[in-house]
Each structure stands twice: as structure tokens, then as C-alpha cells.
Design a protein around this ligand. Structure first.
Ligand code: GLU
Length: 314
């Protein structure tokens, strides 16, 4: 592999990560992203860390099963595993820093009001239209008196930000006044992910490319908080026969499902590896095949009903 001056020296600084939401079992799409995140990290001498993103949608026992599945596939990580719900004070401290700098405001809009405003002509797609940005003190007081729960939004000083992605290259995207703290007081994902990546020492973020459009927001927020922007690699998703993102209803797509059908964890790794053009059936064996520069750029379409087994020595 060509040396890249920005890479940390092997075995020293830097860490990659996998940050699943414990809303259920990981499916083959999640497992493939985890494998890629591990390969990106380990092939560059980085630590590999896990973070359970449990600020919403928690299913009891899911986090433990997710970790067990990663271990069963042979993915090792550097402890401790972080849980986002244990870091609320750090998230709120970052929100306070932004508020002290005049970079936040309360928003009383309902989801429906935002949707209606956003679908109005001329608004940038998916961006908050700024309804509550410049409310007078009287208007704010009136909305509070109505008992509307207030979310806290970023008072962004830009409308766009550019990031560099190892797979997508330069990517410029919308930065709107996105939510930092939800109406129920919970830190929003875009805030928590930035604070936690920085404090967990993550300098390499590998994740599904459905999150690419949020990345300019996160990178911009990092700069506002004086945090280093990590390197990014947004990897293609796994799709079902209809071209939609793979989901559990698509069939036998979790490790437990595959094992119940007679696959070994090695065969599942081999299946994921095959989708990337590799022949190994353990993460360690794949390290010698992995080349970030030649990763498939297209999604992997999977029909679980036609899935073939991959043996260790085909
Ligand atoms: N927790 C998010 C998810 O499972 C991933 C967030 C991230 O990788 O930044 O979709």
C-alpha cells in the first residue's frame, strides 16, 4: 500500500470505530459495514473501538447480541465499549459551549410544521427553514407559554460545508440549523456523534453511505467545537431485490438466522468478503486482500432466498 503522509504511524495514534444503534440484531448490511470499518482501522495500524448509540430505539439485550455477533465473526476491538447514554453530561457540556458562544436557539416547531415549510418551493431539500431563528423575545415567550417543548438548534453561520471522503472524494452538502437537543431533552445524534467520536479518540469514521448527507453538518459542528474533523469513508449499503436498503424482513439476514440455516460464522465472513471481491473467510485473512482504493463503489444487492454458502476452502 502506498504510504499516505496523513496516516498515523503504525500502532500509534488514531482509532476507527463501529457505532451501532441497539435497536435489534445486526443484519448482513450492518455486519459488512462493521467488517469494513475493522479492515480500514486495522490495515492502517489504528485501534478499533465500539460505541453503543443508545440514545433512542433501544431493544433490551440487543447491544449484547450485537457485540457477541461481532466477536463471533472474529472482529476484535479495543475496550472499553462506550455507551452514549452514559455520556449525557459531555453532550450537554458541548451544547452549553455552543450556547455560550451564541450558536444555539430554541425551536418550537412541530414535525408537521417543519415538513410543510420544507416542502415549500425554493427551500433546500431537507433543510430546516429557520422558522424560529429570529423570533422576538415576545414570540418566544408566547410559544413557551403554550407549553410547546423546545428543541435546541444550531445557529449555523453557513449553509454548506465540504468534507473529503476516501470513497466519494470532495463532498459538499447542506448545513442547516439542525437539532442539537431534542424537545425531550435528549442530545441529538448529530451532536452526540461529534462529541463522542472526538472524545473516544476516533480519527477515522467508516459507516454506511446513507449517512454521507449528514456528514457536512457533523464536520462543521466539530470545527465550531474546536475538535478535529476525522477522516471519513462512507461505504456502499446492502440492498434487497427491490433495490431498497436491506432489512430484517428480507429473510435470513442476521448471523443467528444464518447459523440456524447451517452456516458457520466463517461462511458468513466469506459471503461478505465475496461481495467485496475477496476470498478470505476470517477478518485476519482479509487484511492482506483489503485495498481501500479498489473497494466496490456500488451497493451489494442481496436476495437472502438465493444465498449460496461459502466454504472456508472453496
Ligand atoms: N448509530 C448509527 C446507526 O447505527 C451510526 C452512526 C455512525 O456511524 O455515525 O445507524
Amino acid at each position: 500500500m502506498a504510504t499516505d503522509e496523513q496516516e498515523p504511524p503504525r500502532g500509534r495514534a488514531g482509532a476507527g470505530r463501529f457505532a451501532p444503534s441497539p435497536s435489534g440484531d445486526l443484519h448482513l448490511g450492518n455486519l459488512r459495514t462493521a467488517l469494513l470499518a475493522w479492515l480500514f482501522a486495522r490495515s492502517t495500524g489504528r485501534a478499533f473501538r465500539l460505541r453503543v448509540e443508545d440514545l433512542d430505539r433501544v431493544r433490551p439485550g440487543a447491544a449484547e447480541r450485537q457485540l457477541a455477533d461481532l466477536a463471533a465473526l472474529g472482529l476484535d476491538w479495543d475496550p472499553p465499549v462506550w455507551r452514549q447514554s452514559e455520556r449525557l453530561d459531555r453532550h450537554h457540556a458541548a451544547i452549553d459551549t455552543l450556547t455560550a458562544a451564541g450558536l444555539t436557539y430554541e425551536c418550537y416547531c412541530t414535525r408537521r410544521e417543519i415538513q410543510q415549510a420544507v416542502t415549500a418551493p425554493h427551500g433546500p431539500m431537507g433543510a430546516y427553514p429557520g422558522t424560529c431563528r429570529d423570533l422576538t423575545a415576545a414570540a418566544r415567550a408566547a410559544r413557551r407559554a403554550e407549553g410547546r417543548p423546545a428543541a435546541l438548534r444550531l445557529r449555523s453561520r453557513t449553509t454548506e460545508y465540504e468534507i473529503v471522503d476516501e470513497i466519494h472524494g470532495a463532498y459538499r452538502g447542506v448545513v442547516d440549523d439542525f437539532v442539537l437537543r431534542r424537545g425531550d431533552g435528549t442530545p441529538a445524534y448529530n451532536l452526540a456523534v461529534v462529541v463522542d467520536d472526538a472524545e473516544q479518540g476516533i480519527d477515522q469514521v467508516v459507516r454506511g453511505d446513507d449517512l454521507l448527507p449528514s456528514t457536512p453538518r457533523q464536520a462543521y459542528l466539530a470545527t465550531l467545537l474546536g475538535l478535529a474533523v476525522p477522516r471519513y469513508a462512507h461505504v456502499p449499503l446492502v440492498l434487497n431485490r427491490e433495490g431498497k436498503r436491506l432489512a430484517k424482513r428480507d429473510g435470513a439476514v442476521t448471523l443467528a438466522d444464518r447459523v440456524a440455516l447451517g452456516d458457520t460464522p466463517e461462511q458468513v465472513v466469506a459471503l461478505l468478503a465475496n461481495s467485496l471481491g475477496y476470498t478470505g473467510s476470517t477478518p485476519g485473512a482479509l487484511l492482506s486482500e483489503f485495498r481501500s482504493a479498489t473497494l466496490p463503489r456500488e451497493p451489494w444487492t442481496l436476495d437472502p432466498r438465493n444465498m449460496v454458502k461459502f466454504s472456508r476452502n472453496p
